[in-house]
Design a protein around this ligand. Structure first.
Ligand code: SF4
Length: 589
């Protein structure tokens, strides 16, 4: 029995019947720890095979882990669902206050099924669950406003999270996100659209209590060690100083910064959109997720005059490397203020910024090549770096007034399948690319990754650390990617922020878990990680995924990477090796 057995509480909510129950699922937490490990089991149990992602039976699973609210940087919540964007496994992680609030409310996981007949939001105050009418919130153009209204409506004491969608989720844009605490997101793969299909405007969770540990003295000691590392290690300092935006300059120098829909991998305007430029000219404040001493969330203060004389409107807008890549270099734009305004619009609408940037980049090139015309774009002339045109286009992507914008609202794969141009439609496994053209590792990593994210196995990092220095074989590359992804299943099950992966190594994880009531040796963690990874792969295969069917956009072979020209044969061989590895039976369970 865990010191805190409420971790094993799973709240099951049925939106159709406005009904809920709480079950003890000690079996799942004992075997799979929490977070991603437990979420994939709940998804497998609750998601009928072959279901349409917008079917009411598609579950939304939120899960946290045993270190949540106990140790620094265990600040994330995992969401799992069937993705409307890829038609397969949807997994997205988010910080803010979401994880700690769920744990404080007394749950390790929440499963939401069904669909409401009217717009509603869920208010979860510990074991009090309310289905509140959200008809007056539906259609509000700004997800921030929705958060503000719910905050005033739900004045419970304690830690609170408000996870809500914008217009994009209501309109079922397949890459719409769920925004929490204004600046954090369940970004990728369309959780916002699944909320929208259920007429679920928001989920508010609050709770307040303290958590027991198995040995208080040892807890204080281990806590202190982790805290010290978090506040003093140079890597964590980098996240605090300039944040991930620091990557713009080195990636550009290296020749791995996707530019103008990856027609190039170096951007002339890189210094104008660098982390240094944003810090010097715009940085207004830094924020942290709950229970994190690092505070890597960088918020720009954008001051705009709105009347003659000295009248200004100041908007606070978060920025990171990925949005800068997606809306600046990828779109050939280096106007930092215009980027921030576009970012603000995208946040308010509740779109995933990476997919949006790649979709706009594809549309710009398609128009440049004459594949589409102003007839499709409804009079908009998309041009590299033209933020006025992009501002208009994102509104139309959400409102979907014609066939073209309906296609853009489903991502570049869909748009290219209708209009042509798949050679330069930069999606991998159905998900739009992240900001790395560093070598084969970056692209293979996203292709084979369980959620087609650069965060699955950090292939870009393998490119920079290994491939830039020496040749490796397809087997070696596949091994490096798989072993990183397997270990990340443990981090995703705890659920700790990936930025703290240098702190939460196997020994430290084993030590912290012991204090939370789990006795798992470091070597056993590795086999649990492998099993969770395989469980995800099994789910994906069940839903039709095949490593044999992956599309490789030609563009990645045309633009030189820092490791040289990419070789399709090498990439296919690496994927073949991954396939062989995945078909071997798991060792532990
Ligand atoms: S390092 Fe950043 S993203 Fe990670 S938990 Fe801290 S504030 Fe959140």
């Amino acid at each position: 029995m865990l010191p805190d057995d409420t971790l094993a509480n799973v709240l099951y909510v049925d939106l159709s019947k406005k009904h809920f129950r709480i079950d003890k699922r000690q079996d799942l937490f004992d075997k799979y720890i929490g977070g991603a490990g437990v979420a994939i089991q709940l998804l497998r149990e609750e998601c009928p095979e072959g279901i349409d992602p917008f079917d009411p039976e598609n579950p939304i699973v939120f899960a946290v882990g045993p270190l949540t609210a106990l140790f620094p940087l265990a600040s994330k919540t995992v969401a799992m669902f069937k993705s409307p964007h890829t038609g397969n496994l949807g997994e997205s992680h988010c910080g803010g206050r979401s994880a700690v609030a769920i744990r404080m409310a007394g749950y390790g996981a929440i499963v939401i099924k069904g669909a409401s007949d009217i717009p509603l939001y869920l208010a979860i105050h510990k074991d009090q669950i309310h289905f509140r009418d959200a008809s007056s919130l539906w259609g509000i153009g700004n997800s921030f406003t929705v958060g503000r209204i719910i905050r005033e409506n739900e004045p419970e004491p304690g830690l609170r999270t408000i996870m809500r969608i914008g217009r994009a989720g209501e309109q079922l844009v397949s890459y719409s996100c769920v925004v929490t605490e204004t600046y954090r997101h369940f970004g990728r793969l369309g959780l916002g659209a699944v909320f929208g299909s259920k007429k679920l405007k928001a989920v508010m969770v609050s709770g307040k209590r303290s958590l027991p540990v198995s040995d208080k003295k040892e807890y204080k000691k281990v806590y202190h060690e982790i805290y010290q590392e978090a506040v003093s290690s140079p890597v964590m300092k980098k996240y605090q100083d300039l944040g991930t935006a620091e990557n713009v300059v080195p990636l550009n120098k290296f020749g791995g910064l996707p530019t103008k829909n990856l027609k190039e991998a170096r951007f002339d305007g890189a210094s104008e959109i660098s982390g240094e430029t944003f810090a010097e000219q715009y940085l207004g404040r830094r924020l942290a997720c709950s229970h994190c001493p690092v505070a890597c969330i960088h918020i720009a203060a954008l001051r705009e005059p709105y009347e003659k004389a000295y009248f200004y409107k100041t908007s606070m807008i978060s920025y990171d490397y990925e949005p800068i890549y997606a809306l600046c270099s990828m779109l050939g734009g280096s106007d930092a203020a215009a980027f921030l305004k576009l970012m603000d619009r995208i946040e308010a609408l509740g779109l995933d910024v990476m997919s949006t940037g790649v979709v706009l980049a594809w549309a710009t090139e398609a128009q440049e090549r004459g594949v589409i015309s102003e007839k499709e774009t409804m009079g908009i002339k998309l041009g590299w770096g033209d933020y006025t045109a992009y501002m208009k286009a994102v509104r139309l992507i959400v409102e979907q007034p014609n066939k073209f914008y309906k296609a853009l609202a489903r991502g570049v794969d869909r748009a290219a399948s209708l209009y042509g141009g798949d050679d330069y439609a930069l999606a991998f496994g159905g998900n739009e690319m992240p900001g790395y053209h560093t070598g084969p590792g970056a692209h293979i990593g996203v292709l084979i990754g369980s959620r087609h994210s650069h965060l699955d196995n950090a292939g870009y990092s393998v490119d920079q650390k290994v491939l830039a220095k020496k040749q490796v074989s397809p087997e070696e590359l596949a091994e490096a990617l798989l072993s990183e992804e397997r270990w990340r299943q443990i981090l995703s099950s705890l659920v700790v922020c990936f930025f703290a992966r240098g702190i939460y190594k196997p020994d430290a994880v084993s030590k912290t878990l012991r204090l939370a009531g789990f006795d798992i040796a470091p070597e056993d963690l590795l086999s649990i990680g492998e099993e969770i990874h395989k469980e995800k792969y099994r789910f994906k295969t069940r839903e039709g995924f095949s490593l044999d069917k992956l599309r490789l956009p030609k563009r990645i072979f045309e633009t030189l990477s820092p490791t040289g020209k990419l070789d399709e044969k090498f990439i296919r061989k690496t994927i073949e090796y991954v396939k062989e590895e995945m078909s071997r039976s798991p060792g532990r369970h």
